[in-house]
Design a protein around this ligand. Structure first.
Ligand SMILES: Nc1ncnc2c1ncn2[C@@H]1O[C@H](COP(=O)(O)OP(=O)(O)O)[C@@H](O)[C@H]1O
Ligand SMILES: [Mg+2]
Length: 245
């Protein structure tokens, strides 16, 4: 049971459009153990979203290997990939992606309904998960009646409804003010500590990355740094200090 949850080796990604090929990832190695909390940083265009899409089985690598929870994802059919994605991964997005015409509880219950859970049971599970993120009282509201931070909390509850071992989040605080962003990062930290949820998130803010244990910095589709967040952020900070001529 001590094998990594995520194990990618030599992963490359090349986008092809017409006769133009663009290589975006140039051989990424990344192992993430259960219970880890990882931030991914890098300049715009460095390949963060491309990597997250591969980690989330939303897209497949062009080369290299990706084992998710011991399963070789490159050998899977689309249906099998969807299945492992539904079982293993909860997604949290920058724009929350809640369904506007459904109330909060219905939004959280939706992945369970998709997974074939009966309505009554799905609703009860949804309320339980909402309670854990402190939003049980808002179950009957619609997303438009909530603040940004509350909407993101609902999205986190939805991502956890099927009890996946891992959350993947692409800029989850990108649309939130600093205070709300801190609240959401505290929720992630709590989920990681108390429930052992593995978290991999993309951010461009050092303040956000500071909540994670580990930092991976990408540059032009390569890993520039992979180690403790504190040390990585110190290096990042130092590299931004201008050297006098
Ligand atoms: N579907 C695509 N087709 C072609 N190029 C793409 C596609 N998606 C992303 N890219 C390119 O790949 C590079 C990395 O993009 P992305 O992974 O979104 O970076 P980041 O999330 O770090 O900003 C960018 O140069 C982008 O233009
Ligand atoms: Mg991106």
């Amino acid at each position: 049971m001590n094998s990594p949850l995520i194990d990618i080796r030599g992963v490359t990604k090349t986008y092809v459009s017409g006769s133009v090929e663009t290589r975006v990832l140039h051989g990424i190695d990344l192992q993430v153990m259960r219970g880890d909390f990882v931030s991914i940083m890098g300049q715009s265009g460095s390949g963060k979203s491309t990597l997250m899409n591969i980690l989330g089985c939303l897209d497949q690598a062009s080369g290299g290997s990706y084992h998710l929870d011991g399963v070789d994802t490159l050998s899977l059919s689309r249906a099998q990939l969807a299945d492992i994605r539904n079982r293993s991964i909860g997604f949290v997005f920058q724009s929350f992606n809640l369904i506007k015409r459904m109330n909060v509880a219905e939004n959280v219950a939706l992945p369970l309904i998709y997974a074939g859970v009966g309505r009554g049971k799905a609703h009860a599970r949804a309320l339980e998960e909402l309670d854990r993120v402190g939003l049980a009282g808002l179950a009957k509201r619609t997303p438009s009646q909530l603040s940004g931070g509350q909407q993101q909390r609902v999205a986190i509850a939805r991502a956890l409804a099927t009890e996946p071992p891992m959350l993947l989040a692409d800029e989850p605080t990108g649309n939130l003010d600093t205070q709300t962003s801190d609240d959401i990062m505290n929720s992630f930290r709590q989920l990681n500590k108390e429930r052992g949820i593995t978290i991999v998130l993309v951010t461009h803010e050092a303040d956000v990355a500071a909540y994670s244990r580990r930092l991976v910095r990408l540059k032009d589709g390569r890993v520039l740094y992979d180690g403790p967040s504190q040390e990585g952020l110190r290096q990042l900070n130092a590299s931004h200090v201008e050297v006098p001529a």
